[in-house]
Design a protein around this ligand. Sequence first.
Ligand SMILES: [Zn+2]
Length: 101
Amino acid sequence: MDFQKICIQCMSEKPNRDGMCPFCGFDPDQYKQTSYVLPPFTVLNGKYLVGKELGSGGFGITYTALDMLLGRNAAIKEFFMLGGMHWNTFPHFPEMQERPS
Ligand SMILES: [Zn+2]
């Protein structure tokens, strides 16, 4: 599986890296990322490839994700106090690392 071609909405592998996803119609060029969310393609724990933000509430943000070891879709819930901290300046994912597979 080529993780560069993953659609960050449905986490399917697209035929091409750029352009609209043929499976769910998601167009990454139209995606406006909120500043406080994890960027797509962040790898957590060397295992989970983070996709698009699904939603956020007072205490957390939910993301689509791909379990790269099992090749299965997953959901990541990040504990996040809106207005209280920022993952960039106050990292609460000490295990977060980039590990190309
Ligand atoms: Zn898709």
